[in-house]
Design a binder for this molecule. Structure first.
Ligand SMILES: Nc1ncnc2c1ncn2[C@@H]1O[C@H](COP(=O)(O)OP(=O)(O)OP(=O)(O)O)[C@@H](O)[C@H]1O
Length: 782
């Protein structure tokens, strides 16, 4: 409900809001000064005193720095809303809560319970409000206001005269896309608010079609949970798992913009510390790697590294050496022997401890070494006391040949080596996978030793890491050393920062603690990101339909409390090993105990484009309902035959169109291709270097998932449909990436499910393009 008012009334409303907003910024400046001063005071106390005093000083400085970080992050659009209730009470809603000198609240944090009516009031259920007002602020100036009136009769006369209207949401949605997702705190919708404020405990599934704001709602939920459960979550942290590194970059700005930096954001391929997997497996390989039977295969691969010799164990050790030309040369050797049965017992004993392989190895070694020492004593005819035995065993361990012999039987091994050797060695693979996988399944796993890590390898590495345990015994000592170094550097950073201004203090202070080993002042996020076994307080998984059963094991290991937000759309599953239903993936961990919220409104794709996409969905997933678009209008989606079309010129024309029609920036074009044609089409657009930052992005469907563009050109829909058993879902994803314009370039006949597209050459019904005739260029054809 809205009403446009004369300019004078609007000017008066703006002036009054400006007064209030200026006061809020003054409060913000005061709060920042206080935090900055607090930090400088703490640091001015100097770096001397008891260890306890030093620790306290560090912690207090860190708290001030943290507060300063939050206050700096809210500068842009500090206050964005106001609600008036029927009793004449007014609340202003903003990114952070502020109080005046009397401790009276002057700005309510958007996450506080008092702010809820701002998001959930509707004309049917106004939650006691008579009006909701959106404030648009640029550089501390109020540049616009939008009102929604719920009860005109109960509004004060003065307020009634100053009603100003234009839906804030639609204004936000019309903006050109920048290549980075932004926060939407000012325009969160009622159904999204339910997702955001849902309780911390248990698993919440957010199922919704493309563009329904699942990602954006999940990220706001992270900020809300941190605000509401700060004690728990600051200690344990929140992990956000994105499908790939590009998507991580795409959403990476949202939480910092909300003042939250304590969240670990990683891609699926980055879940195993030390590995950055980007490559994807072929669908058949992905299916096998994603299958839970791989748990058994990895178990077998580990057991296969716990061997006994065929017969007795024989090790040659030097008995006598002499120096020749300064080099030590073995003059006489002796063969030590441990009988087969003793080796078997040692292995069974070590396995029976049920400890990780690399830990149990020492139990094995500790059984074999004394046996070797006894044999040595016998051969040398030397009596052995208990104390001597320990000494002799330790001395034997010094011989390289002894260590090599034991390594060959029960090596200390890293997860990376185990998985690499398993997948590149036919013999090992057969030994481990024999009873669990078919010959064909084994064949698709096999690959060259130097092949790069794939996203599908990460769950295998994680599984292996669980079974192998810590493999580097120097790690503990290194960690301690690094911690000391870190502490010194951090102290130094803080001293330096006392002479710099507040905003830079914070960056450098957190920088000083970054990329180092664990320590009391490293942020939770930093510590957690480096620790594979870290138990997070909450985990958010985006595009979760793409995760295989094995990937779910990796995720669940990181959240033993099973406090999860699972965000995705079953209708968009493109991964061969991805989900067909949420129950299939979640029931093994939270059987029947997960709750579901559905988002039904599409904020991205205009209705005209969504109708085309809905036809695709109905053809491939008849049971799934497409979301309803909130926006209408714009250019009609069209089909352009590839014959006679120059793709380059077509994309240039799209760039011009969105540049002219866009409200902010120049807008971006996404060219979506079948996997097999990505390189060929990419070569036509040398400027498309970065899928987020270049004005043109050339992407496979997988690469485009979760992203959006002002204009999308889908090339070769037939090729997309054919590229995998999930080709139909892929085409659905491709057609739902556009915020304004969709063009499909087809080579043969247009697939029947795209019948609604306007054939090129006919004038468009609506929109700024006018006539969308194909662009002829005989020189370069698709
Ligand atoms: N309440 C809102 N206010 C303003 N913009 C919104 C709102 N909700 C969603 N949007 C915008 O709609 C677009 C789609 O949101 P988002 O990417 O979160 O959708 P999604 O459901 O994750 O889509 P997909 O399934 O395609 O990945 C984004 O540009 C987002 O900023």
């Amino acid at each position: 409900m809205s009403e446009r008012q004369p300019d004078t009334a609007r000017a008066e409303a703006l002036r009054r809001e400006q007064e209030y907003v200026s006061m809020l910024y003054e409060r913000l400046d005061v709060a920042r000064d206080r935090a900055g001063r607090g930090m400088r005071d703490v640091l001015a106390r100097g770096a001397s005193g008891t260890r306890q005093a030093l620790v306290e000083r560090e912690v207090t400085a860190a708290e001030h720095a943290d507060r300063l970080a939050r206050l700096s992050a809210v500068e842009r659009g500090l206050c964005f809303g106001r609600v008036d209730d029927g009793d004449g009470r007014t609340l202003y809603i903003g990114r952070v809560g502020l109080r005046d000198d009397d401790h009276t609240s002057v700005l309510v944090d958007w996450r506080a319970p008092a702010a809820r009516p701002f998001y959930v009031a509707t004309p049917g259920d106004p939650e006691g409000l008579v009006r909701r007002r959106h404030l648009h602020i640029r550089d501390r100036r109020v540049v616009g206001i939008d009102d929604e009136v719920f009860d005109l009769d109960r509004m004060a006369d003065a307020d009634r005269r100053t009603l100003v209207g234009e839906a804030a949401l639609l204004a936000a949605l019309r903006r050109g896309r920048t290549g980075r997702m932004g926060e939407v705190v000012a325009t969160i919708q009622r159904e999204q608010d339910r997702v955001i404020r849902s309780g911390l405990a248990g698993a919440l599934v957010v199922q919704g079609g493309p563009g329904t704001g699942k990602t954006v709602a999940a990220l706001h939920r992270a900020a809300y949970l941190l605000y509401t459960h700060r004690d728990t979550l600051e200690r344990r942290g929140i992990l956000v798992v994105a499908p790939n590194a590009t998507f991580s970059r795409y959403i990476g700005q949202v939480l910092p913009a909300l003042g939250e930096t304590q969240v670990v954001l990683t891609s699926l391929g980055g879940l195993h510390p030390g590995v950055r997997a980007e490559a994807e497996d072929a669908p058949a390989t992905a299916v096998v790697k994603g299958d839970p039977r791989m748990v058994r295969v990895i178990e077998e691969a580990v057991r296969d590294r716990e061997r006994v010799p065929e017969g007795d164990l024989e090790v040659r050790i030097p008995v006598r050496t002499s120096l020749r030309g300064g080099v030590e040369v073995v003059v006489e050797e002796m063969t030590l022997r441990v009988d087969h049965a003793t080796c078997l017992r040692a292995r069974d004993h070590a396995r029976g401890l049920r400890r990780p392989h690399n830990i149990a190895r020492w139990a094995f070694v500790r059984r074999i070494l004394p046996a070797l020492a006894r044999d040595e004593a016998e051969r040398l005819d030397r009596p052995l006391e208990d104390g001597d035995l320990r000494y002799a065993a330790t001395a034997l361990w010094e011989h390289r040949s002894v260590r090599d012999a034991l390594d060959a039987l029960w090596p200390e091994i890293s997860p990376e080596r185990l998985v690499r050797e398993l997948l590149s060695d036919e013999e090992r693979l057969r030994a481990a996978a024999g009873p669990h996988l078919t010959e064909d399944e084994r064949a698709v796993l096999l690959r060259p030793r130097e092949a790069p890590w794939t996203v599908g390898d990460v769950p295998l590495l994680d599984e292996a890491a669980e079974l192998l345990g810590e493999h580097d015994h120097g790690a503990e000592a290194r960690r301690r050393r690094a911690e000391e170094e870190r502490r010194e550097e951090e102290l130094y950073a803080r001293e330096v920062l006392t002479i710099t201004d507040a905003a830079s203090v914070l960056d450098a202070a957190s920088l000083a603690g970054r990329n180092r080993d664990d320590g009391p002042y490293v942020t939770t996020a930093d510590r957690a990101a480096r620790d594979r076994t870290w138990a997070y307080g909450h985990v958010i998984v985006d595009e979760a339909q793409e995760l295989s059963a094995m990937a779910w094991r990796t995720v669940m290991r990181r959240v033993p409390a099973r406090s999860l937000t699972v965000v995705g759309d079953i209708a968009q599953t493109g991964a061969a090993a991805g989900a067909r239903s949420w129950g299939e993936m979640l029931d093994p961990y939270v059987k029947g105990r997960w709750r579901e919220e559905r988002l039904l409104v599409n904020y991205r794709t205009p209705a005209e484009i969504m109708e085309v996409a809905a036809d695709v969905l109905r053809a491939v997933e008849p049971g799934q309902e497409p979301p309803e678009s909130v926006r209408h209008g714009g250019a009609r989606p069209r089909a352009v035959p590839a014959a006679g079309t120059d793709l380059r010129r077509l994309v240039d024309a799209e760039l011009r169109e969105i540049g002219e029609g866009g409200e902010i920036g120049e807008g971006r074009v996404g060219v979506v291709t079948p996997d097999a044609r990505h390189a060929e089409i990419g070569a036509l657009f040398p400027e498309a270097v970065d899928p987020l930052d270049s004005r043109v992005a050339v992407l496979t469907v997988r690469g485009s998932k979760g992203l959006e563009f002002d204009a999308v050109v889908v090339v070769d829909p037939e090729g997309i449909l054919r590229q995998s058993p999930k080709g139909g879902q892929d085409l659905y994803v491709a057609t739902t990436r556009a915020t304004r314009r969709l063009t499909v370039v087809h080579e043969g006949a247009l697939p029947a499910m795209l019948h609604r597209l306007e054939p090129a050459g006919q004038p468009e019904n609506t929109g700024p393009l006018g006539n969308a005739a194909p662009l002829e260029d005989p020189g370069r054809r698709l």
